[in-house]
Design a protein around this ligand. Structure first.
Ligand SMILES: C[S@@+](CC[C@H](N)C(=O)[O-])C[C@H]1O[C@@H](n2cnc3c(N)ncnc32)[C@H](O)[C@@H]1O
Length: 377
């Protein structure tokens, strides 16, 4: 990944002020969810490249790592893998896939179709992809370009695809179509082992929209949840409009991205996103980590960061039945429950002797035991 980032920042076009203004404009466009061809302006494209692209490569990479808990990629050691990157933009998903396969040393024969309506974005995506292909080992890879509306692509092409990416693009498709029925078609296009990776920004509105899409996909498109939820069923926070679910991880941004983040007054020390991985068959990431759970007790999946309050810390967690708040008083901290301090969003943790204060509030007490089973690194 470093080599890719070095390449991006080796010849920076535009000064910081120009990039900052372009990013402000882009943010307004994303906020209003407007359908404009923002990548047709080179300045916008470069602002996106320097600021969003590295984050998006990293987010996709983390999701792929989680996919590999099921040894998903090993299946393609000896068979062709068919991938599509829908609304690819500069194609951070494709770059992340190539980098990840190189890192785990799995080199399938790959066919990746980049679907994107912007000519300029395709031109630069191609350069970035070929940079990765030149500097990292990969299997026999063919990159196909479909320039145009994603709808035309899904009408014309049947697949089957083993992996479908929609990174920060589903909202633009949805806005155009006005409903989620495109998910039915994507489901039809998946191979029996296939997965759909959808990533969105880590903000309340985007998370809520993704929850709506996930609920649709499992009830109407015949898909299952691989991650981040530990179950395929309606999300327990669906009715709670103020609740949302996201990933938040510290990261070390490239210098220019950090400077732009500071100019935009963004909390740029953490990388934040919402995501869902949908599967054609009933398979869930938790299966591979629950093996580590001791007998008895209960397992919860966290969906927020830890929050500090006077005399206690708390976090929200869910399972297929409900969501709860789990808290621990500072004075109850001890050897047996100190894993509670390390909880982050999207952690699977095992608890013993949780006290039920209210139906929705659980407490880790002096007698409780907490053990982390899985968390993103
Ligand atoms: C916010 S960008 C995300 C790009 C990239 N996937 C990423 O994560 O950085 C959304 C992309 O979807 C493309 N897009 C939007 N609507 C589209 C459509 N109907 N057909 C094809 N591409 C579309 C836009 O041109 C843009 O490149």
């Amino acid at each position: 990944m470093e080599k890719l980032f070095e390449y991006i920042y080796s010849d920076v076009k535009y000064n910081r002020k120009e990039l900052y203004h372009a990013l402000r404009k882009l943010s307004d466009i994303f906020l209003e969810n407007g359908i404009v061809n923002y990548f047709d302006k080179e300045k916008n494209l470069f602002a996106y490249l320097y600021y969003f692209y590295p984050q998006n490569v990293l987010k996709n990479y983390q999701v792929l790592k989680e996919l590999q808990l099921s040894k998903f990629f090993n299946k393609f050691r000896y068979k062709k893998m068919n991938v599509v990157d829908l609304g690819a933009g500069l194609a951070p998903s494709t770059a992340a896939l190539l980098l990840f396969l190189g890192d785990i040393k799995v080199f399938p024969q790959l066919e990746i179709t980049v679907v994107e309506k912007s000519r300029l974005a395709i031109e630069y995506a191609n350069r970035l992809i070929h940079k990765v292909l030149r500097s990292h080992r990969s299997g026999k890879t063919s990159i196909k370009i479909f320039r145009g509306d994603f709808r035309k692509f899904v009408d014309k092409v049947d697949g089957p695809f083993d992996l479908i990416f929609m990174s920060n693009s589903f909202k633009e498709f949805y806005k155009k179509l006005g409903d989620f029925s495109f998910m039915d078609r994507l489901s039809e296009m998946l191979s029996p082992e296939g997965m759909i990776v959808i990533i969105e920004p880590g903000a309340r509105r985007e998370s809520r929209d993704l929850i709506a899409l996930r609920n649709y996909a499992i009830t109407s498109s015949g898909l299952y949840i691989y991650a981040p939820c530990t179950f395929t069923g309606l999300c327990p926070i669906t009715e709670k409009k103020e609740e949302w679910c996201h990933i938040s991880r510290p990261w070390d941004p490239p210098e220019l991205a950090r400077d732009l983040g500071n100019m935009l007054k963004r909390d740029f020390k953490r990388i934040k996103y919402s995501y869902v991985v949908l599967a054609k068959r009933n398979i869930n990431f938790s299966r591979y980590v629950l093996k580590k759970a001791p007998e008895g007790g209960e397992v919860w999946h966290t969906f927020t960061e830890l929050r500090k309050e006077k005399g206690k810390i708390k976090i929200r967690a869910c399972n297929e039945k409900k969501w709860v708040e789990i808290e621990r008083l500072d004075r109850h901290r001890n050897e047996n429950n100190r894993d509670f301090d390390k909880l982050q969003s999207h952690t699977l943790a095992w608890f013993k002797n949780l006290q039920e204060l209210q139906e929705w509030v659980l407490r880790v007490g002096e007698d409780s035991v907490v053990k982390i089973l899985y968390t993103l690194e």
